[in-house]
Design a protein around this ligand. Structure first.
Ligand SMILES: [Zn+2]
Length: 490
């Protein structure tokens, strides 16, 4: 298996993703996407929209990242979005108390209070991992990044820790103005912020990240999922509560069995999980590196009717990448109470309904980390290390190379490049040997390379090299657009 640290180094060398403001002492947990990373990120979001949003009964919003404190008082974040921390009395280093206990004592302590954690640290004689010093009492730390909007002070706001609160607070306006009917979704892609205590593992634990969230609203009295039959026989990798208590080995289980065996309480939830599994496999992440984990009761908020995380296997362990929560009407109900605004909607037959919500919440950076990890091919076989990105998310669909830099070939190549770039992201390169240029294309994962040679000048054909097979075919220039359209429509 590739190592995340090695991938991070490759990303640095190729300018794909790098630390923010790296010429200064940096704050960890913030990254900039370079030219290649930006294209990958953009194509990935486009592909996600194609897969989950377009053609469904889902509309999108693009909300502000700064929200007033009242929103997070209602959502419970001001009080409850906290991590337990402990400070070393000697070196003053700060540690996540729960992680440290899990690591050093092998105890799972999610949901325990600060004083309980302090007791465990004392009892297990856990010391500072940096200097073996004594650890102080555990206290909680709010993960939201706070800001003050007013010049005179006193108008507290927060950078949103999740995109979903914009959806809940604008729910009624969006529902009405878009003339939505239940069941329906409101989706949003955008930045979120969490003041992580110890950002690490490259893009996996960061302080600013992108989320793609869908809030799927339905009538609690009508949970029917019309598309369930289409997906019910498909299988996903799954770890139940029971398995987690035993050997932890995942099973393959079909959608219909997840319902029949009462493992998942909603067909809508199963519908999303199966789609997610298909989606992540299509990103080049192998099936055995993907699993859904039924979150344990102590990891699940009290109002939830079940949380199911899609986890990717990294070299340092399984990590949540998509959180799927059955949030019921908890959020809308709380915003109704705190804002004193009626958020119920009326169905066609005049019934007043406060919808239930199922939320698939995708972490973009963690997904990108998984894509980079599993699509990376070392230099053993070709003499250069390369990425096998699926065409949909590759930074460029193709490069265009003139075979040599003379005899009118660059002019012809430019002409082809200019006609294709209207429809696709295309890379142009005429420097160095053709072999070296193929290698450069492979290094950033470009799936195809068009080469313009002397025959092109005679009969308007060119060669296309396939990155994965390294095979070349000859094709008419007029057919290039259809060729790439077909590749990208799969
Ligand atoms: Zn210390």
């Amino acid at each position: 298996m590739n190592k995340t640290e090695d991938i991070q180094n490759v990303c640095l060398r190729r300018g794909i993703v790098f630390p923010t403001a790296e010429i200064y002492p940096t704050i960890s947990g913030f990254f900039d996407y370079g030219p290649i990373g930006t294209l990958i990120k953009r194509n990935f979001i486009k592909y996600w929209r194609e897969f989950f949003v377009q053609g469904e009964n889902i509309v999108e919003i693009d909300g502000s990242t700064v929200l007033p404190e009242a929103v997070f008082q209602a959502s419970g974040h001001v009080k409850g979005f906290v991590d337990p921390i402990t400070q070393c009395k000697k070196c003053k280093g700060i540690q996540r108390a729960d992680h440290l206990i899990e690591e050093k004592a092998g105890k799972f302590v999610e949901g325990k209070s600060a004083s309980e954690l302090t007791k465990i640290i004392k009892k297990e004689k856990i010391k500072c991992p940096n200097c073996k010093g004594e650890l102080g009492s555990v206290r909680v730390f709010n993960l939201m990044l706070k800001t003050d909007v007013s010049p005179l002070g006193g108008q507290t706001a927060y950078l949103r820790p999740e995109t979903s609160q914009n959806i809940f607070t604008s729910f009624q306006r969006v529902f009405r103005t878009s003339r939505l009917k239940l069941p329906c979704g409101i989706a949003q892609q955008g930045h979120s912020f969490r003041n992580e205590i110890s950002p690490r593992h490259f893009l996996v634990r960061v302080r600013e990240f992108n989320q793609m969230e869908i809030e799927w609203f339905f009538d609690p009295k009508d949970e029917e999922c019309p598309d369930f039959d289409k997906i019910k026989d498909k299988k996903i990798n799954f770890v139940t509560h029971q398995i987690q208590k035993k050997n932890g080995k995942m099973i393959k289980i079909s959608g219909s069995n997840l319902i029949k065996k009462h493992i998942i309480p909603s067909k809508w939830m199963v519908y999303f999980l199966i789609k997610e599994f298909e989606f992540y496999k299509s990103l080049g992440i192998p099936e055995d590196a993907l699993r859904f984990r039924h979150m344990l009761p102590e990891e699940t908020p009290h109002y939830s009717k079940g949380n199911f995380d899609l986890e990717i296997k990294f070299d340092f362990g399984w990590k949540e990448t998509v959180g799927n929560s059955f949030r019921t009407d908890h959020d809308l109900k709380n915003h109704m109470k705190h804002s004193k605004t009626d958020l119920t909607i009326r169905t066609d037959d005049g019934k007043k309904v406060l919808p239930y919500v199922i939320e698939p919440s995708f972490g973009l950076e963690r997904t990108v980390a998984g894509i980079l990890l599993y699509n990376f091919k070392g230099d053993k076989e070709r003499g250069w290390a390369w990425f096998k990105f699926p065409a949909k998310i590759a930074p460029y669909i193709s490069s265009v190379f003139p075979l040599v830099g003379k005899d009118g070939l660059p002019e012809k190549a430019k002409e082809i490049y200019n006609s294709l770039k209207k429809d696709f992201d295309i890379f142009y390169d005429e420097s160095g040997s053709i072999g070296r240029r193929y290698a450069r294309g492979d290094e950033i994962g470009i799936p195809f390379a068009i080469t313009i040679d002397y025959q092109t000048l005679e009969d308007d054909t060119c060669t296309i090299r396939n990155r994965d097979s390294k095979k070349q075919i000859r094709i008419n220039i007029d057919d290039l657009k259809d060729f790439f359209d077909k590749i990208l429509s799969i």
